[in-house]
Ligand binder design. Structure first.
Ligand SMILES: [Zn+2]
Length: 113
């Protein structure tokens, strides 16, 4: 599953950081998730609880901050948030756009004890 490998990766980063900080426990983790990643909150929470069980991250709460898809028009360089399912530039109406945001997925911050 897509989410399982993502959670394994994020958890390993969180545990490494916690170790560096000499933490005994990870209390909470704030995640930034781009809407285009298709990552489901419920699935992430499920795998996190499962994978973190025997680590110092067990019981940590997860906070999700979803970021909107950002598109850039190749024609006029305008950067705009994607509205609904449209990929048209709101200025020149062209569809020649590239995705410049919304695919990110990272740990924004975390709280340890
Ligand atoms: Zn444009």
């Amino acid at each position: 599953m897509h989410e399982q490998s993502i959670v394994e990766y994020l958890l390993s980063l969180a545990l490494k950081d916690a170790e560096k900080a000499n933490a005994r426990r990870i209390v909470s983790i704030k995640l930034v998730v781009g809407e285009l990643t298709g990552v489901e909150k419920d699935a992430v929470t499920f795998y996190f609880n499962f994978l973190a069980e025997k680590t110092i991250a067990a019981g940590a709460s997860l906070e999700f901050n979803y970021t909107k898809a950002q598109l850039r028009c190749r024609d006029c360089d305008l950067i705009f948030p994607r509205e609904k399912l449209s990929y048209d530039c709101p200025i020149c109406r062209k569809k020649a756009v590239e995705i410049v945001g919304g695919r990110e997925l990272y740990i924004d911050s975390m709280e340890v004890e």
